[in-house]
Design a protein around this ligand. Structure first.
Ligand SMILES: NC(=O)c1ccc[n+]([C@@H]2O[C@H](COP(=O)([O-])OP(=O)(O)OC[C@H]3O[C@@H](n4cnc5c(N)ncnc54)[C@H](O)[C@@H]3O)[C@@H](O)[C@H]2O)c1
Length: 374
């Protein structure tokens, strides 16, 4: 195994605490999800209970921008693999959606319900501050809007906050997913409306519930599942949603599946028995393996690449850094462009006999290569 670089101790001015910041790029090279990352940092603060990894995948288009996930990973390797996959996805997402940012992501290894506290978040803010110029974060699973606000009071390397920021990105993500889902339905069936179309939504968090609202307004029929029964009841009463079984919601007899919980939900274990015609949801890295997309294609299931569909939030967050100032109209215009991007991907995939996620990746890499050769 390669030798990791020595521990770098970071002393934050005005702070009594010491955060250990370690460059783990060489160590991460051993991981099969490494994919040429530029830099990986581990932040460790035993006093304040922080273990975090910041992954910086590609900064050709600008500083790395991507959210922070707080999750109780069962091992450091599991967390490393997750952050590497998520960070690579941000490079592709930020490129496809046309913002001037590269790809990065962070994970904090902790249970967000029982271990997240002011001390831990303060230590993480110190880590972000030490990485100024390299990485800008935002919310993700386990890191709420109020956590982002808490961080923002301590470092400016946080976007999508209510304090001095563009506020909650989730409704923008949900809007983009809704518009993209409609475009997928139109591409597959030629129908421009969602009346009585059956959609299964897995996960009723910030994005899932907001997506349900759009779908209900468009007269779609909803089947929903969440581990939190109260959220299912809310979707039932507000959107007349049928409550499905969270163990097998993805096998529902519906037209469209919208995974809005966690990634890795489609694999050899279930792709052959899916009943829907379309997959169009917000969750990052929905396919457990890249080749899953080929199997979906063989089965005639149209897969809307997750990072193309769920870019609304990052488009909104990136707009905070616009030199002309944040402009919501511009943001909504860019989100309105998601269906056209998606349709181009579907058409090219059909023309070239390729999987949709392969085409999305080619388009993302074309922009990065063009920037490199400028
Ligand atoms: N929030 C954003 O702007 C945004 C942007 C891009 C991508 N995403 C992705 O979209 C997904 C949802 O994001 P969010 O912000 O709504 O997260 P969230 O944490 O607010 O909601 C996730 C929901 O999924 C539920 N859940 C978890 N496992 C489940 C399971 N096995 N079955 C059913 N429900 C389950 C949780 O109980 C929770 O209600 C995540 O994968 C996230 O990475 C979010």
């Amino acid at each position: 195994m390669s030798q990791a670089k020595p521990m770098r101790h970071v002393k934050i001015p005005g702070s009594e605490q010491t955060l250990e910041l370690r460059d783990i790029t060489e160590l991460a090279r051993e991981n099969s999800a490494y994919d040429g990352h530029e830099r990986l940092w581990m932040g460790k603060d035993t006093v304040r209970g922080l273990t975090a990894i910041v992954a910086i995948h590609d900064t050709t288009l600008g500083p790395a921008l991507g959210g922070t996930r707080i999750w109780k990973y069962s091992s450091f390797d599991e967390a490393l693999t997750d952050v590497l996959r998520l960070s690579r996805g941000m490079t592709l997402k930020n490129s496809v959606c046309g913002i001037p940012f590269g790809g990065g992501k962070a994970v904090i290894i902790a249970d967000s319900k029982t271990e997240k506290n002011a001390q831990l978040l303060t230590a993480y803010a110190d880590m972000l501050q030490a990485l100024t110029g390299q990485y800008i974060t935002a919310e993700d699973v386990g890191l709420t809007l109020s956590d982002a606000d808490f961080l923002r009071l301590r470092t400016s390397n946080v976007a999508g906050t209510t304090i001095g920021g563009s506020e909650n990105p989730s409704p923008f993500t949900a809007l983009g997913v809704f518009l993209g889902l409609k475009a997928a339905w139109k591409f597959k069936t030629g129908r421009g409306d969602l009346k009585d179309v059956r959609v299964a939504v897995q996960g009723l968090g910030a994005v899932g519930l907001s997506l349900c609202r759009h779908l209900h307004q468009a007269s779609a029929k909803l089947v929903v599942a969440d581990m939190d029964q109260a959220k299912c009841e809310q979707a039932h009463s507000e959107f007349s949603a049928e409550i499905g079984n969270s163990a097998n919601i993805l096998l529902s007899d519906v037209d469209i599946l919208a995974p809005c919980a966690l990634g890795g939900v489609f694999s050899a274990l279930n792709i052959d028995v899916l009943n829907a015609q379309i997959i169009a949801g917000a969750a990052n890295n929905q396919l457990l393996t890249h080749t899953g997309a080929n199997r979906l294609r063989d089965r005639g299931i149209l897969y809307a690449p997750d990072y193309v569909l769920n870019a609304g939030g990052v488009i909104n967050v990136a707009a905070e850094f616009d030199l002309d100032g944040y402009d919501r109209t511009k943001v909504l215009t860019m989100i309105d462009g998601i269906p056209a991007t998606l349709t181009r991907i579907f058409e090219r995939a059909e023309r070239e006999g390729a999987a949709t996620n392969d085409i999305a990746e080619i388009i993302a890499r074309e922009r990065i290569e063009a920037e490199k050769s400028r």
